[in-house]
Design a protein around this ligand. Structure first.
Ligand code: PEP
Ligand code: MG
Length: 905
């Protein structure tokens, strides 16, 4: 038998996501659990992949679809598009990873001029039949025939006709239109399709079905899906499955309806069912914002039995999946049907709360809790809040002018833009722009512009609308369904009604939104650090007063128990070191000493050192720098206590420190006792064509040994002094940019002799290490020889990426966007470690380094040390620690724990 491309819902289960997509796998799972699900079948992702490559169905698919359709028709006792009693189906996309709203759907398929009459006769409900038909015509026109708005100002052509119809009929809502109105509308829709596309709206149900299936396949590669995949690192070769399912109808009258929900609050995480519904409506109405949906609790008043059944299923789903679920349902004449369930997307905020709560409820283990939170999501807990004093003042001044549904926590202040494309353009022009996107509602086309905004504010839509969904995923601040807004896109103005007053906010005006409370404020409001930071650093909040902080600590405590590797930080000052410890850092993996050279009046001495004519002149300058460096290190050692501290000797090219302005040149000339022209001449000589590959790193230490000697002495004197204070300091001296065994040997000898001289003169016992950064491909290859003189390796993957790819770190901007667009690189290799190339060199260095020195200590201190997927790789190749900036330490702790858990899978 050839490949099987089609599965009935009875044939699948939740573990078949790769083949059936998330939606198909879970429809199958719910079917197996005995939950009421309308019957149907799923066409596999493999069929889509074949179609994407070959532009046609794979062999055998058409026949398989026919067979499964026949089975479905038998089960339902109806035939697709039959003129007496038609079976109608929905055709819905569903990839392995959820891509909400990015791909296409067609509902009510099987209707035509004859079957609509059959449906009317069978149900005795012409209004319902024609309502379904006009929906189908519009969706088919849009999705299959491609009839869409042509500019950002243009509205959906079917919506325009619908609105005109409502106006002519003198009604406000679509559900107030009569059967005749709707019938007339179908005619108009068909004419619109014929006029714009030159094709007739097909009457053949089989042709409709094939058109819809191909359109769903094609939607895998539409712009918004491609952008979404890129943003979420979903591979482009997965393809989408297609679910063909018997329709159930929420639009048959006042005992029918449809809705969506979450088993817990996806924004804040509270253990309360959360969602919304519309009576007498079909699925797309809830998210489209045409009518404002009602909160799910009100379903209790409308249809108590259906509500109770939904609550029962909510509990069954949570117990079965042991995770928060996001579900869709339809009620047809009081009978509840489930149309989807999946693990619900949630803010990082909610993810931590739900994980901690579910552990407390005994539903999951700490290990499961740890695996449930995306490491980057922890950033949500560190998101800004408004300065309470400023916010209170704004409220007192009457600037709190509206509220809406909170959909993405945090505080955002920005200049108003009304079009996503404008937000994207403005941010591209000015990356520092702070923008707030204000719209009726957002749609998947807006995705790029949404990424450019600090937050979103919408007039319509509820907590499950597109804007809310995207906010949760992108970690943006968001308020939806803010009814006080009245947008005028053409005039680029939003009027906000508040207590009999109307405030006009124009494009470019400032507005502030609090996504944690749902409040909208006029003007700018200062933002402050998160609750976690207020407890840890500002001391303005007590731990006991912040549930967020307590959950953060509990959760990361579990991660710490699980992870195997250590987490260090890249810090250059005592302040940063303190911050990093508060976030859980266990040492410093990289202290860049050159950053200290720019401080205060040091730069003059640094310049004197560089510009000196000879060694004697350099030593004069170094003597000035020595006490300052020593003080720096004392500060850091005191803060770090017994934790290891890796200090890297001077690395950047000297010209970075040179004077450029005339004023600076004169000052240095005076300090050095040299002429201005001498300084200018020296400046010229130090200039390099490729400084990144020039006179930097250990090459500096080898040509000017007195610089490294001064730095080592400063480190060791500081260490001796702090040790004398009773702290068992652990200094680690690190040599940068080593590429040969001799470089390591020579610099190590220099460092050891300088260090031992200090230790001997102090009469103190002090253990220290000397090691190197591994930042060059050659260093990886000769790592066994370098390890003879290096007690540790720390992978400097910023430089290692630069030198492996042969791309300058500073010049990547010119071509990277094109490379990403054309899929030449999947991601920016400076952000996420290139495991295949750079990572393989790292593996080689690990192996060869260990072959010489079995217990060599191994770490990473490039930016990748705080990027979750790279952290997991570092765990797998056996590094002892990763080191990252202080604010990424919690993320690295979590990623390292997840890496340890993944070992057991
Ligand atoms: C590196 O190259 O990865 C590194 C940490 O050093 P720097 O970024 O200072 O060159
Ligand atoms: Mg480097």
């Amino acid at each position: 038998m050839g490949t099987k491309y089609v599965y009935d819902f009875e044939e699948g289960n939740k573990d078949m996501k790769n083949v059936l997509g998330g939606k198909g796998a879970n429809l199958a799972e719910m079917t197996g659990m005995g939950i009421p699900v309308p019957p149907g079948f799923t066409i596999t992702t493999e069929a889509c992949v074949y179609y994407s490559k070959n532009g046609e169905y794979p062999p055998g698919l058409a026949e398989e679809i026919d067979e499964h359709l026949a089975t479905l028709e038998k089960k339902m006792g109806k035939k697709l598009g039959d003129s007496d009693d038609p079976l109608l189906v929905s055709v819905r996309s569903g990839a392995r990873a959820s891509m909400p709203g990015m791909m296409d759907t067609v509902l009510n398929l099987g209707l035509n001029d004859k079957s609509v009459e059959g449906l009317t006769a069978k149900t005795g409900n012409p209004r319902f039949a024609y309502d379904s038909y006009r929906r189908f015509a519009a969706m088919y026109g849009d999705v299959v025939l491609g009839l869409k708005p042509e500019s950002k100002e243009e509205r959906d052509p079917f919506d325009v006709l619908l609105d005109a119809k409502k106006e002519a009929a003198g009604v406000e809502l679509d559900n107030e239109l009569t059967a005749d109105d709707l019938k007339d509308l179908v005619g108009q829709f068909k004419a619109e399709i014929k006029g714009r596309e030159g094709t007739d709206f097909t009457q053949d149900p089989k042709e409709q079905l094939k058109g819809a299936i191909l359109a769903v396949f094609d939607s895998w590669d539409n712009d918004r899906a491609v952008t979404y995949r890129r943003m979420n690192n979903i591979p482009s070769d997965w393809g989408t499955a297609v679910n063909v399912q018997a329709m159930v109808f929420g639009n048959t009258g006042e005992t029918s309806g449809t809705g969506v929900g979450f088993t817990r609050n996806p924004a804040a995480g509270e253990n309360l069912v959360f969602g919304e519904f519309l009576m007498n409506a079909q699925g797309e109405d809830v998210v489209a914002g045409i009518r404002t949906p009602l909160p799910l609790e009100q379903l209790h008043d409308e249809l108590p039995e259906a509500y109770d059944e939904l609550m029962r299923i909510r509990n069954v789903l949570e117990e079965h999946y042991r995770d928060m679920q996001d579900f869709e349902f339809t009620i047809q004449e009081k009978k509840l049907w489930m149309l989807q369930t999946r693990n619900g997307k949630r803010t990082g905020f909610a993810a931590v709360k739900i994980a901690v709560d579910m552990e407390k409820e005994g539903l999951i283990t700490p290990e499961e809790a740890v695996s449930r939170v995306e490491p980057e999501g922890l950033n949500d807990l560190l998101r800004p809040v408004f300065n309470p004093a400023e916010k209170a003042k704004a409220a007192k001044d009457g600037r709190m002018i509206a509220t809406g549904t909170k959909a993405g926590p945090g505080a955002a202040t920005g200049q108003v833009v009304f079009f996503a494309a404008d937000a994207h353009d403005r941010k591209t022009e000015d990356p520092s722009a702070q923008l707030l996107l204000v719209r009726h509602e957002t749609s998947p086309e807006d995705i790029k512009g949404m990424a450019a905004a600090e937050g979103f504010l919408t007039q319509f839509g509820g907590a499950t609308s597109h804007a809310a969904l995207v906010a949760r995923q992108m970690g943006k601040v968001c308020i939806v369904g803010c009814a006080a807004l009245d947008l005028d896109y053409e005039a680029r103005i939003v009027r906000i009604k508040s207590d009999n007053k109307v405030h006009e906010v124009k494009e470019g005006d400032w507005l502030s939104i609090d996504g944690t409370t749902g409040e909208v404020y006029l003007g700018k409001i200062e933002t402050l650090p998160s609750e976690v930071e207020q407890v840890l650093f500002q001391n303005t909040l007590k731990p006991g007063d912040s549930q967020v902080y307590q959950d953060f600590v509990t959760f990361l405590g579990w991660a710490d128990n699980i992870r195997k590797i250590n987490i260090r930080t890249n810090a250059d000052t005592p302040g940063q070191s303190e911050q990093a410890i508060a976030f859980g850092a266990e040492g410093i993996g990289l202290c860049r000493t050159e950053h200290m050279f720019f401080g205060g009046d040091r730069i003059l001495a640094v310049r004197q050192m560089i510009l000196a004519q000879d060694e004697a002149g350099r030593r004069v300058a170094l003597d000035k720098l020595f006490p300052m460096q020593k003080e720096d290190f004392i500060g850091i050692f005191r803060v770090m206590g017994e934790r290891p501290v890796t200090i890297r000797l001077l690395d950047p090219p000297l010209h970075e420190f040179l004077p450029h302005t005339q004023q600076d040149i004169v000052a240095v000339a005076n300090e050095c006792g040299m002429s201005v022209s001498d300084i200018e001449e020296r400046n010229r000589r130090l200039k390099e064509a490729n400084p990144m590959l020039g006179h930097r790193g250990c090459r500096l230490g080898i040509t000017y040994p007195e610089i490294y000697e001064m730095q080592v002495k400063a480190v060791i004197e500081a260490a001796c002094q702090v040790k004398g204070e009773g702290i068992d300091v652990k200094p680690e001296i690190m040599i940068p940019l080593v590429g040969s065994a001799r470089e390591m040997q020579v610099t190590r000898e220099m460092a050891v002799s300088a260090a031992d001289e200090v230790i001997a003169s102090r009469g103190i016992e002090l253990a220290y290490m000397v090691g190197t950064m591994i930042e060059l491909p050659r260093a990886c290859v000769v790592a066994d020889k370098i390890a003879e003189n290096a007690e540790f390796f720390s992978f400097g993957t910023n430089d290692l990426t630069q030198t492996t790819f042969g791309i300058s770190r500073d010049d990547v901007r010119g071509f990277l966007p094109t490379y990403l667009d054309k899929d030449i690189y999947e991601v920016d290799p400076f952000q996420r470690l290139d495991q295949e190339g750079v990572g393989d060199l790292m593996k080689l260095a690990v192996e060869r380094g260990r072959s010489t020195r079995k217990n060599i200590k191994l770490g990473i201190c490039g930016e990748h040390g705080g990027e979750p997927i790279s952290v997991k790789f570092c765990h797998r190749i056996g590094l002892n620690y990763v080191s990252c900036s202080p604010f990424r330490v919690p993320i690295a702790r979590l990623a390292a724990a997840q890496a340890a858990l993944e070992d057991n899978q």
